[in-house]
Design a protein around this ligand. Structure first.
Ligand code: 5GP
Ligand code: ZN
Length: 112
């Protein structure tokens, strides 16, 4: 999608600090980290949010969770981390290309 910030990060038009890349997804450090480890994992195919999950893109979402588990082991935080995907502006979503925040490295606050 030509006017999407995260599509521009995938293409390299906007620089990012890469964590991981394969044919399905791209992971990069968040520009405004909320934890000592905070990166985003995004599918290379553009869709807006978890509200647009379909049979067609479900495999990419599953693949992303597999990549997160692999990175957690390799990067040494598999003992505790949080995966968050904000869906819609009421949930705080600011970039409308689905992304999974991966947070670790400190005691994370409770949601409830
Ligand atoms: P959201 O609020 O949509 O769930 O998360 C968007 C995230 O993207 C935010 O945590 C924000 O810091 C991050 N972000 C926004 N613009 C950029 C950017 O240009 N580069 C990087 N690396 N992260 C960004
Ligand atoms: Zn996009």
């Amino acid at each position: 999608m030509s006017d999407c910030l995260f599509c521009k990060i995938i293409s390299g038009e906007i620089p990012s600090n890469k964590v991981y890349e394969d044919e399905i997804c791209y992971a990069f450090y968040d520009i405004s980290p909320m934890a000592p480890t905070h990166f985003l994992v995004i599918p290379k195919v553009h869709f807006a949010s978890a509200a647009e999950a379909t049979e067609e893109n479900a495999a990419a979402i599953g693949h992303i969770y597999m990549v997160i588990a692999k990175l957690a082991k390799e990067m040494g935080f598999a003992d505790g981390f949080r995966v968050v995907t904000n869906c819609g502006e009421i949930a705080g979503q600011t970039v409308h290309h689905i992304h999974f925040h991966v947070l670790s490295g400190k005691q994370l606050g409770s949601f409830n």
